[in-house]
Design a protein around this ligand. Structure first.
Ligand code: UDP
Ligand code: MG
Length: 136
């Protein structure tokens, strides 16, 4: 069944000029890009997006990083979109990500790991609403 997920190309990957290669991979994996926007998120927008991680030690650094440059936010559609996009991204820590995954290819550190993906259908619905509310 067709499912939706939210993908983000993070500032490290945009700065490295690999956004195009990541978008090509998304299309090669059979996703439909239903919405796409490039923006530089304000610190508050990044903090709201990662509110679930507010108590973590990496929250301050993560939200500073996410608002340090432009990101590409995409609404992706595909069968099993959430799990498939997470498989294509690879493990959170690029050092542990399998060869062939985006984080293995383009991630720099556990923080600067090139891409984001929703971790479940409910999270995806919340994240899609967070970025694309009143725009779809
Ligand atoms: N992160 C970090 N340090 C950590 C764990 C995570 O900086 O020890 C960052 C990293 O950018 C990650 C994001 O916080 O992508 C969200 O963490 P999560 O555990 O949800 O990983 P993800 O779902 O992105 O794989
Ligand atoms: Mg997560």
């Amino acid at each position: 069944m067709t499912e939706k997920t939210l993908a983000i190309i993070k500032p490290d990957a945009v700065k490295k000029k690999v956004a195009g290669r990541i978008i090509q991979r998304i299309e090669d994996e059979g996703f439909r890009i239903a919405r796409m926007e490039m923006l530089r998120p304000a610190r508050e927008l990044a903090e709201g997006f990662y509110a679930v991680h507010k108590s973590k030690p990496f929250f301050g650094s993560l939200t500073e990083f996410m608002s340090s440059g432009e990101i590409v936010v995409m609404l992706l559609e595909r069968d099993d979109a959430v799990a498939h996009w997470r498989a294509v991204m690879g493990a959170t820590d690029p050092a542990l990500a399998a060869p062939g995954t985006i984080r293995h290819a383009f991630g720099f550190s556990i923080e600067r790991n090139a891409v984001h993906g929703s971790d479940g259908p409910d999270t995806a619905a919340w994240e899609i609403d967070y970025f694309f509310k009143n725009k779809t």
